[in-house]
Ligand binder design. Sequence first.
Ligand SMILES: Nc1ncnc2c1ncn2[C@@H]1O[C@H](COP(=O)(O)OP(=O)(O)O)[C@@H](O)[C@H]1O
Ligand SMILES: [Mg+2]
Length: 337
Amino acid sequence: MSDKDKDSNSSSESEKFTVDNIPGVGPAMAAKLRRAGFYTFESLAITSVNELSEYAEIGERTASRIIELARRQLDLQFQTADEVLVTRSNILKISTGSESFDTLLGGGVEARSITELFGEFRSGKTQVCLQLALTTALSESKGGVGASVLYIDTEGTFRPERIIQMGQRYGLSEDEQNEILKKIIVGRAHNTDHQIALVAEAGQLIPSKNIKLLIVDSLTSHFRSEYVGRGTLVDRQQKLNRHIHQLLRLSEIYDMAIVVTNQVAAKIDNLVGGSIAPIGGHIVAHSCTTRVYLRKSKADRRIARIIDSPHLPENETVFLVTKGGIEDIKGEYLEES
Ligand SMILES: Nc1ncnc2c1ncn2[C@@H]1O[C@H](COP(=O)(O)OP(=O)(O)O)[C@@H](O)[C@H]1O
Ligand SMILES: [Mg+2]
């Protein structure tokens, strides 16, 4: 198949690999799988029998059979590296508003993966999320994506006024401003169950709304406050693990970017230097595709550092959090040092 054919077929191609098209799995079972959050062959193929049986409320033998059927289909999906390269070169990248931050990320926040922003209080995590929501909703002619955003706010820090303020930098008319606000759909999560339910609901909402970015700010705050004490750690991590995998599934099925924020806590672990480490331990660390450590510098300066990425070097850059949003350091700053 030529590259051109592949492009024009990409939506029907991805349709082909949904749970409705597994030979041997009927429509009632497919609906059950969807309700449990499994939409694609991949999502089933990477699930354990126990997990599928529990989520979809089906017997273990049935679960095992479905996983086997999905895996069999997946064998057809091997691609050569040059084909993967073409797929990857078409991947959506969302601008952070700062060129140097985008460059650090290899062009912006990437679709089909989870980007984690972690850092201390006031390091700029929420500001970057708000800016990304704006650039996603912004029309293509202004350097945006022209798509919708789902914003799960767990800390009550989402501010539409701030999005309007940041929007002024792009010279938006009142109509354009209103259009952008209509494209950003906000869900306030009050606890971990609610947070997980919102993501399940997102699965229903995304296809009809052209959503290209899903933000969870913050991924871990409710988990941290609900599960206190060592005895609860295993339960917390299991629940968090499922939640992150649900997010990863959505990003793959709907070709969208997922951005989550995470706090840091005092720890003996020396991952990022000093004595702090992101919450969520190995579960979050291994499941997020790209991890960005944000820290405060002088005044409105912030430093972003790539900690873990499958294709980016460990590197860092400085950007600004200003009234206009996330911006590059101007010339005067560069001459300083
Ligand atoms: N309107 C604004 N103009 C300029 N800077 C702002 C504005 N709003 C917030 N900030 C900056 O962002 C910081 C808060 O960052 P935030 O993203 O909320 O941190 P967190 O990492 O805790 O989510 C503030 O301390 C301030 O420096
Ligand atoms: Mg915040």
